[in-house]
Every structure is written in C-alpha cells, then in structure tokens.
Write a protein that binds this ligand. Structure first.
Ligand code: PLP
Length: 399
C-alpha cells in the first residue's frame, strides 16, 4: 500500500478534475458495443442516438431549458467561441458592438479580438478589486449598436461570482425601452456544480459549459442557446446538432458529460459546504502562519472551493515547483496560461500590484479533498516560502 506521505494532493480542481467512476462506467459501452453513428438508421445506431438524447435531457434538466436548446460542442472554449462569433455572424447588417469584461477567460477575450479584427467594436466592462463586474457599469456601456454582452458567471482564477440576473435585468430593460435585441451570454464553465445553472432564473440567452470541471471527460462542452436566438454555425458539415454544430457526435463524451453534470448538480449543496469549510481552514492557517500573505478571493461571495493567495516578494512558478516537489498540485494564475510569466490579465484588471500578482497561487479544493489535505498543503507552503525567503527574490527582474 502507498505510504500516505507519498500521496499526491491534488488542489487544482479549477484546472480540471478526474473522470468519476460512475461516469467512466456509463461512457465505456459507447466506445465498443454501442459504437454506431447516431445519424445511421439501423438499430445499433439507435443505441448511440439514445445515449446522446438521454445526455441532452440530463443537461437540459440541470439548465431548466428545452432539449432543443442544448448544443454539444468540443469544449468550453468552443462553446464560448460559438456564442460570440456565431451570434455576431448571424447579424447581417453593419459592424456591431460587443461588451465583455476585462477578466473573461481567453476563450472569450480572444474570440472578441477576432471580431475586432473583422471590424466590430469590443468594449471592456471594468471590474472591482475582487474581479466582479457591476451591473450598472454594463448598463452604462449599452448603446443601440450593442449586439452582444458576454460576462462570465464565475472567474476561473480568483473565483469571483457575478450578479448575472442583475446584468440580465438591465439588458432586458434596455432592450424593451430602446427596441434593441441585445443578447446576453455567460461563461458558466467554473460555475457548474457550484452555483445554480437555471437559465430562466439567470435570464441569459446563452450559457457555456465544459464537462471536465465536474468530473466528466475532457474535450466535450455544451452551449445553451435560447430558442429564437439567431446563431450561425462555426463548423459546417453534415448538419448534426440541428444544423448548428456539424461533426459526428462524440457519443461517449456526451454521455459522460450528461451524467457528470447531473451528479454535480445533485451534490451541489454538499460540495459547497465541504469545500467552503476546507478553503476557510486553509485561509485561516496560511494567514496565521505565513508573514505577509495576502488573500485575494472575496471573503464571502466567491466560489466555495477556490483560495487565491499571494506571497508578495516571491514568484508563483518557483513556489509551485516547491509545492510539486512536496506532492501538492496547485496553480499560479489559470492553468490555461501557466506557460506565461506575465501576471494574468485578471489580476492586472483587478488593479493588483506587480509584486502581489507575480507571487500569487490558486488552491482549488474538490469533492474528495479532506482535512489532511489542508494540513499537508499548509505545511508544504510554509516550508516552500521559508526556503525561498532564504534566497534572493527574482520578482523584481520581471517587473
Ligand atoms: N471558460 C472558463 C471560465 C474556464 O475556466 C475554462 C477552462 O479552464 C474554459 C472556459 C475553457 O473550457 P475547456 O477547457 O473545456 O476548453
């Protein structure tokens, strides 16, 4: 049996999660016995089709929407791209205005930049020092040329949560007064399994999801598109997903996503209670035991499982390597941009100073995290920081 001190302690659940056993079991038959192409007519294909249909019903019931409003995509990134580029492509007249926040995932920011290169105008809504967007700031940016607003539900780095119903309300009020049809998209990739995804209560027209953040497989996502929203496909071909996303369906992935999301929703309250308690213990311990540490996530209104801290004067990447050496997996900034030594655009937009931003780390707890993980992570961090404080800091060379 493996010695406990050799166990890898995975505290990077905001980057990705392991596929859970029940999900793997549900996916398995669709790789082999039930391998038919859902578009074919014989009975074997019917099994794959049923798998896709059942998964779509599961996603629709978590979202409180119609099954016809769920489009399966190849990732959360593709869902974001489709929401942004697909809706603007469907607007046939003139250049449009698109509003995004300054702390969106790169899937949104870079998709918006592509629109800008095509002659559209992109405006950035500002954020506060926790990375939250004020609904009134979005309202201020709306004009009769605005076609789309895309504001994330919960941020992937610091875990801040936006008032999506508040923003939706202001866009609806503007639309009914000005006679406009401004659409509202939210990236809910980090919110799944932590916050309600009821699209009617949220008031959104589109919402992006990804399976691998909730113990589903990687390489599968979904976009909710409210009935009646005009959207052009990004991928042309055989007309799958009601002509909106061509390509033979990733049947095992879709089946896995449906079940993973359903289970995450069923366990949501329990997940939030468990991880919030672990996160708060972690924050209390590092605040007490590491001199000068800063806590960057919102004390009450953030995602329950994310602790985002900074040790000003040290760099995040060497701290991560020190933690990794001690068996702890964490993240500096978001995993998707961890190859870069620049402080993330999120922390810059929050107004964080360079020293604090460069020395930041994200610890994200999961459904199987336990008290001992907190204790091990705290002592590994204390050791790493003490070792590094015995060396000259490299942070000034980056600034
Ligand atoms: N949006 C957010 C907020 C994310 O955190 C991520 C992944 O980290 C994505 C989109 C992209 O999802 P995927 O990894 O499925 O492409």
């Amino acid at each position: 049996m493996e010695h406990d001190s050799e166990r890898i302690i995975y505290l990077d659940h905001a980057a990705t999660t392991a596929v859970r056993e029940e999900v793997l079991d549900a996916m398995w038959p669709y790789f082999s016995q039930a391998f038919g192409n859902p578009s074919s007519l014989y009975a074997l294909a019917g099994e794959s089709r049923n798998g896709v249909d059942e998964a779509r019903s599961r996603v629709a019931s978590v979202l409180n929407c119609r099954t016809s409003e769920v489009i399966f995509t190849g990732s959360g990134t593709e869902a974001d791209n489709m929401a942004i580029k697909g809706t603007i492509a469907a607007v046939k007249e003139g250049p449009c205005e698109v509003i995004v926040s300054a702390v969106e995932h790169h899937a949104v920011i870079h998709a918006a930049e592509q629109l800008e290169r095509d002659g559209h105008r992109v405006l950035q809504a500002p954020v506060d020092s926790y990375g939250r967007v004020a609904p009134d700031d979005v309202r201020q940016l709306l004009t009769d040329s605005t076609a789309l607003v895309s504001i994330m539900y919960a941020n992937n780095e610091v875990g801040s949560v936006n008032d999506i119903p508040g923003i939706a309300h202001r866009i609806r009020a503007y639309n009914s007064r000005a006679g406009t049809d401004i659409l509202f998209h939210t990236d809910a990739v980090q919110a799944a399994g932590k916050l309600s995804l009821d699209v009617r209560a949220l008031g959104v027209d589109m919402l992006s999801l990804s399976a691998h953040k909730v113990h589903g497989p990687k390489g599968i996502g979904a976009l909710y598109v409210r009935r009646g929203v005009p959207i052009d496909p990004l991928i042309a071909g055989g007309g799958q997903e009601r002509q909106r996303r061509s390509g033979t369906e990733n049947v095992p992935g879709i089946v896995g996503m449906g079940l993973a999301l359903e289970l995450a929703e069923q366990e949501r309250a329990d997940f939030c209670n468990r991880t919030e308690r672990l996160r708060d213990r972690f924050i209390a311990a590092v605040s007490e035991r590491i001199d000068g540490v800063k806590i960057n996530n919102h004390p009450v209104s953030g995602l329950p499982h994310i602790a985002h801290i900074s040790v000003p004067g040290l760099e995040g990447e060497p701290m991560l390597l020190g933690l990794d050496f001690k068996g702890i997996c964490a993240s500096s900034g978001s995993a998707c941009s961890s190859a870069s030594v620049e402080p993330s655009h999120v922390l810059v937009a929050m107004g964080m100073d360079m020293d604090t931003a460069v020395g930041s780390l994200r610890f994200s707890f999961g459904k199987d995290s336990i008290d001992e993980d907190v204790a091990s992570a705290v002592s590994a961090l204390i050791d790493t920081v003490s070792q590094m404080r015995g060396m000259p800091s490299l942070a000034s060379s980056i600034a």
